[in-house]
Design a protein around this ligand. Sequence first.
Ligand code: HEC
Length: 116
Amino acid sequence: MRARAGELRVPWAALVGAAVAIAVATTAAFGQDASGLAARGKRLFTEQGCYGCHMIGKMGTPIATDLSQVGSKYPEAYLRQWLREPQQQKPQAHMPKIQMAEAEAQALAAYLASLK
Ligand code: HEC
């Protein structure tokens, strides 16, 4: 019986360990949320080819608006909507609608909104 009790203790320890690990991972994910999103948006700015028309800092192409301080011009929600449907936001918009997932538009908007 003694040996069995000893065996039973092992899975409990493992379970508690797993629960702690999950709690720590969840907290870390939530804590990072805003800056993690913006970091992803920064990568998307390159991946989606935005730099082919726009400048941010010293990076990009000065064909369209310089976006270095676009975050002080528009709120994040506007930027996200702009990326989804430029023509809806501004009927005469010359910016092409770029195919991207909602999550990507969200990340890009978070990044752009942080540029002030
Ligand atoms: C083919 C060129 C082109 C590409 C590629 C492009 N844009 Fe644009 N963008 C424009 C033009 C031109 C404007 C000027 C507004 C208009 O269309 O009237 C603009 C405007 C904007 C604005 C509003 C700026 C302001 O100050 O009013 C934002 C924000 C923006 N673009 C973000 C992006 C992002 C993010 C990407 C990548 C997903 C991107 N653009 C890709 C051409 C482009």
